[in-house]
Design a protein around this ligand. Structure first.
Ligand SMILES: [Zn+2]
Length: 142
């Protein structure tokens, strides 16, 4: 099977038409793509997929994670690259970091970062990870 450049162009246009007209499960549209492959196809899907398979926009994904944080005592989030915030993977703020520390532990001498943060509902969270810009599992402090 061979494809001519014309066919590729049609496929890309059809893909982009669907990309921009598709309404997600939350009722919003996908995020504007910022990076494209050489053939013009966006590198990112422009939506977040929930564990139940629903496709939602980034803002709704952030809201859902904030809601989940209120109801749960354990979450997985990210420590921002400046070390001042706990965020969703799209960068939506979940909590403010109130203290950050690090220690070198273990036989290999790997560095562990200790994080303490406070969420908008006033609860304190504690976790440790590999450093700024990395994912962190937080537990609510009783
Ligand atoms: Zn949405």
């Amino acid at each position: 099977m061979t494809t001519t450049p014309d066919d590729d162009e049609v496929n890309v246009n059809a893909f982009l038409a669907e990309y921009y007209s598709d309404v997600l499960d939350c009722g919003h549209r996908r995020a504007e793509p910022t990076h494209f492959h050489a053939n013009g196809i966006p590198m990112t899907a422009g939506y977040a997929e929930m564990s139940d398979g629903r496709r939602v926009c980034y803002a709704c994904a952030d809201d859902l994670q904030r809601g989940a944080m209120v109801q749960n005592t354990e979450i997985t989030a990210y420590l921002s690259s400046d070390g001042e915030h706990i965020t969703t993977w799209t960068g939506g703020e979940l909590a403010k970091v109130i203290s950050l520390g690090s220690a070198t532990t273990g036989f290999g001498g790997s560095e562990i970062t200790f994080v303490r943060a406070v969420s908008p509902d006033g609860r304190e969270w504690y976790g440790r990870n590999g450093g700024k810009g990395m994912s962190v599992r937080l537990k609510a402090v009783k």
